[in-house]
Design a protein around this ligand. Structure first.
Ligand code: PRP
Ligand code: URA
Length: 210
């Protein structure tokens, strides 16, 4: 598994505002989208491309086009939906599929409650969007689901990750082509499975349920 933690003052600045408990939902939503666009730049570093020739007004030249099959972007509902706009701004030709997952707040076990993905993901590059990587349970379940459908590589974009969750994903995905791009790697999980210092419940903050 490859892990890339962003190291850029603009990303840290935006994450700092996102973490602030006083930041209201509309600002939180805008910042989440902006952060994904910045992280997507790194996350798509290995997107598959095909050499093509184009004619400029001046001369013929070689360039690249994103290969078929197109990348598949998978936001994990509910909070990952807040990242979709920022991702498709950068990769507008990507296909979008959906996975709905919820973590039981007592057991911390994830459950899939909705799915709308292509049946066959053979040879597909997948980009999973989920703002929080806490215990890693949700991301592991999502990655397992995509590989079981034939995906060949999965890149997850998360705004904040905990060391415990990263280690769990690494153990669970050994030998698979998995990359995680993070805005920040935080200190730890607390006794109820929240990331410290984190930003609280991402879904609640995005959708104003706090
Ligand atoms: C949050 C978050 C992740 C998950 C992370 O979702 O968006 O999907 O928790 O926790 P884990 O790494 O311990 O599995 P939640 O289950 O709260 O659902 P929501 O997006 O609907 O708020
Ligand atoms: N889910 C969240 O939204 N926040 C956390 O800190 C952990 C899981």
């Amino acid at each position: 598994m490859r892990v890339h933690v962003a190291d850029h003052p603009l990303i840290t600045h935006k994450l700092t505002v996102l973490r602030d408990a006083r930041t209201p939902s509309p600002t939180f939503r805008n910042l989440a989208e902006e952060l994904v666009t910045l992280l997507a730049y790194e996350a798509t570093r290995n997107v598959r491309t095909t050499p093509i020739t184009v004619q400029t007004p001046v001369a013929e030249t070689q360039g690249l086009a994103i290969s078929d099959p197109r990348p598949l972007v998978v936001p994990i509902l509910r909070a990952g939906l807040g990242m979709l706009g920022g991702m498709v701004k950068l990769v507008p030709t990507a296909e979008v599929g959906f996975l709905g997952m919820v973590r039981d707040e007592q057991t911390l076990q994830p459950a899939i409650y909705a799915e709308r993905l292509p049946d066959d993901l053979s040879d597909r590059q997948c980009f999973v969007l989920d703002p929080m990587l806490a215990t890693g349970g949700s991301l592991i379940a999502a990655i397992d689901y995509l590989f079981a459908r034939g995906a060949v590589d999965v890149t997850a974009i998360c705004l904040i990750g905990a060391p415990e969750g990263l280690a769990a994903v690494e153990r669970a995905t050994e030998g698979r082509n998995v990359t995680i791009v993070l805005g920040a790697k935080d200190e730890r999980l607390n006794e109820v499975g929240y990331i410290v210092p984190g930003l609280g419940d991402a879904g609640d903050r995005l959708y104003g349920t706090v």
